[in-house]
Design a protein around this ligand. Sequence first.
Ligand code: FPP
Ligand code: MG
Ligand code: MG
Length: 368
Amino acid sequence: AKPNPQAHDPFALVRDEISNVGERMRRSIATDVPMLGDAADYFFAQGASGKRVRPTVLLLLASVLSGSERPPNVADVDRAAPAAHLTAVDETADAPSYLRSRQQRLAEITELIHVASLLHDDVVDGADTRRGVASLNAHASNKLAVLAGDFLLARASVQLANLRDPDVIVLLSTVLEHLVAGEVMQLNADRTERLSYDHYMKKTYYKTASLLAHSCEAVAVLGGATAEERRSAHLYGKHLGIAFQLVDDALDFDVDNAELGKPGGGADMANGLVTLPVLYAMEGSDELRAMASNKFRGDGAVARALEIVLSGDAVERTRQLAAYHATMARDACMSLPCSRRVAQTGTHATRCRDALAELAARVVVRSS
Ligand code: FPP
Ligand code: MG
Ligand code: MG
């Protein structure tokens, strides 16, 4: 699955809608506790929450599943009042825009959970920066960053409950458990677990892929999808998430990559983390295995480990595994039968499906 330079920018298809989602998120975090609102807002104001990959994926997927011939009329859809987080979606709207509004809300909920997990992650990791700007824990304090993350989760919970769909609530609540489980697996791994491929893959699924897998499935549930469509949506998100994290772990071994926006050069090892490039490289190096087992502690260990990893093909093999997962993601989304409802090609639904496939291909070659 190679990226296609001629393909439309996957982000362009939903750009206007995403800016609405972003705006609604900012409004939904208004609160009468200014310190909390300001803290949560800090994250959005800095643009530190990134490219909104998750909402983009979810809205593209929603269009695929709807089989629609044309893009949704964004102006019609959910221009909510400031207190929207306390209200259910307007049921008097016509059926397609009612459904679309619910799927947009799901995109917001997903992004709120993601942002909350990053606020907590920076505390756990003791990170000073995120995407080149001071992290909230560095800018304010650990206490405030933890509470701001909790606040975003609380707002996400109310929004989730307001969708009034028990299956969707179960799916997204499961993600919360997985995020915590993944983080704890990483934090508390013993020597055997630290050197285990299975432990690494399970942690990767919990930490990164579960949110995409379950939120994609939830978009399908909201859209009244069949069991098979639900499964394909889940698999798309899961494989995309795994590919994304594998590339992240490969990029950490870039020595001078100005685009990265974070340290690189073996920063994960410096934090005591064993990622897939190390697991591959240690197959041929007992020296590296011993250092990994010992969390790369001791003078010069990280530099020496970096040298060993970069001397072989471990980073390349990691990217190859990412490419495999990207192909699985593409296969899952291409199996979504937008043609069940719409026979011809060239509709909005098929363009969105191509965009999902393109997004998977681009994840593998990204450099930041
Ligand atoms: C980023 O990983 C971290 C995550 C994707 C998940 C973090 C989850 C928690 C802290 C558990 C709390 C959960 C909730 C629901 C609030 P990273 O540190 O490898 O990546 P980075 O480079 O983005 O910091
Ligand atoms: Mg981190
Ligand atoms: Mg972390």
